[in-house]
Write a protein that binds this ligand. Structure first.
Ligand code: NAD
Length: 437
């Protein structure tokens, strides 16, 4: 099949490369000239494990190409995917759909023959109806069906997630979309990945309901962690103890500094807004959003406590800046709020991240970026693990002790057992392990 992928970011580029790998002929389109020029030179503009190899193989095989020109590939495509950003709208938290709608107008003007237009971007309920209306208004002659096909991949594991998904959700209003959408995903279908066909609005809501549930699960265990600290219990054992119950499940029960990233914060907020607009508030999610917002700065207070109650004039080393390991994505990373709160309290910040420092530079002021964990810790009054990159899982504590001003470790991801750290003469604080740190 001929596929045009509009938007070549984390989702569009991974989806485009994987669909090319399935044997389709894919053109990835983006308005960002630098991104497309880089891709044409064989450079991958984001960090995602395995993506460089996958792109190179499929470009070489002639199945994957890149362009800033939307009209050409859309005119030739059987299926056009919209994978542009849907960030929070400034001011009110609704999803900003201007990129999706802009793209719909451009697609409308360029389609030729019967074309399936698929929204892969995360969009609020009813967006498919609006995309369809825009296309019909712009080009009444367009022979188009509009489909919802939300993406569930996780950054850092995106290729595996795309190729081996738990399910593929496809929301259709017109039966003519069923066959081409089945064809797009045929290789996965053969691998037994369930294709779940639903109505379009249902499909749009599935994406938000899924993300909101996961955000709520993380927030639940984070609150349990706080309670564990008060009552002398261990949140990791609590998580194991409840997670073994098949009705609960063990995933997304890791206590930490609060969820971040390019999806959960904006999607929970957008769901709250949609629900309020329809006079059907989702109070569990409203509360989840509020708890998570407060939690990030609360983590800074944990650091302040660990260094004796005042960070003014002290140096804090931050290990891990991205919102999770194996990505360079800094969007809504907990590190941003934690660092800001520590700076507000008078701390000097040194930071290190294996992949995120370039992106961090645009978002954080007055941070000294360093070359590795030991350089970062040099002269620090505390070392704070904010993101659990593998590189921080086996730190040489005797070496750290020689370079730090004070031996204090704050482990916001519970990477270590307390004894692993304290036996080297460090003070150690973590999350939800009451009386055990
Ligand atoms: P991104 O910001 O990395 O990429 C979006 C790209 O779209 C940018 O490169 C931008 O230049 C391009 N773009 C915008 N308007 C365009 C236009 N009119 N024509 C061509 N290109 C245009 O965003 P992302 O992280 O890939 O997310 C895309 C969508 O997928 C969002 O709705 C997001 O919620 C959803 N999603 C993201 C993830 C994730 O892990 N990142 C996972 C699932 C779903």
């Amino acid at each position: 099949m001929k596929i045009a992928m509009i938007g070549s970011g984390y989702v569009g580029l991974v989806s485009g490369a994987c669909l090319a790998d399935f044997g389709h002929e894919v053109t990835c389109v983006d308005k960002a000239v630098d991104k497309i020029e880089a891709l044409k030179r064989g450079e991958i503009p984001i960090f995602e494990p395995g993506l460089d190899q996958l792109v190179a193989t499929n470009v070489k095989a002639g199945r994957l190409s890149f362009t800033t020109d939307l009209a050409g590939p859309v005119g030739e495509a059987d299926v056009v995917f919209i994978a542009v950003g849907t960030p929070s709208r400034r001011g009110d938290g609704h999803a900003d759909l201007s990129y999706v709608y802009g793209c719909a107008r451009e697609i409308a003007a360029a389609v030729k023959g019967f074309t399936v237009v698929v929204t892969k971007s995360t969009v609020p309920v009813g967006t498919g109806d609006e995309v369809e209306r825009i296309i019909r208004d712009t080009n009444p002659a367009a022979d188009v069906v509009v489909v919802s096909n939300p993406e569930f991949l996780r950054e850092g594991a995106a290729i595996g997630d795309f190729k081996r998904p738990d399910r593929i959700v496809i929301g259709i209003e017109d039966e003519r979309a069923r066959e081409p959408m089945t064809e797009v995903y045929r290789p996965l279908y053969l691998n037994q990945a369930p294709l779940l066909f639903t109505a379009r609005r249902t499909s749009e809501l599935i994406k938000y309901a899924g993300n909101a549930f996961l955000a709520m699960k993380i927030t639940f265990i984070n609150e349990m962690a706080d309670l564990c600290e008060r009552v002398g219990a261990d949140v990791q054992d609590v998580a194991r103890g409840i997670g073994l119950d098949g009705r609960i499940g063990s995933k997304f029960l890791h206590a930490g500094p609060g969820y971040g990233g390019s999806c959960f914060p904006k999607d929970t907020l957008a769901l709250v807004k949609t629900a309020q607009d329809h006079d059907s508030p989702v109070r569990l999610i409203e509360t989840t959003v509020a708890i998570n917002d407060q939690r990030k700065r609360a983590m800074a207070r944990k650091v302040v406590t660990a260094v004796g109650g005042d960070v003014r004039g002290k140096t804090i080393a931050i290990l891990g800046l991205t919102f999770k390991p194996n990505t360079d994505d800094m969007r809504e990373a907990p590190s941003l709020s934690i660092i800001q709160a520590l700076q507000d309290a008078g701390a000097t910040i040194r930071g290190y991240d294996p992949e995120g420092m370039e992106a961090a530079k645009g978002l954080l002021d007055n941070v000294t970026y360093t070359k590795d964990a030991y350089d970062c810790a040099t002269g620090a009054d505390a070392l704070v693990i904010v993101t659990e990159w593998d590189a921080f899982r086996a730190l040489d504590f005797p070496r750290l002790k020689t370079v730090m001003t004070a031996p204090v470790v704050v482990d916001l991801r519970n990477v270590y057992k307390a004894a692993d750290v304290t036996r080297h003469g460090f003070a150690y604080a973590s999350v939800g392990r009451g009386g055990l740190d």
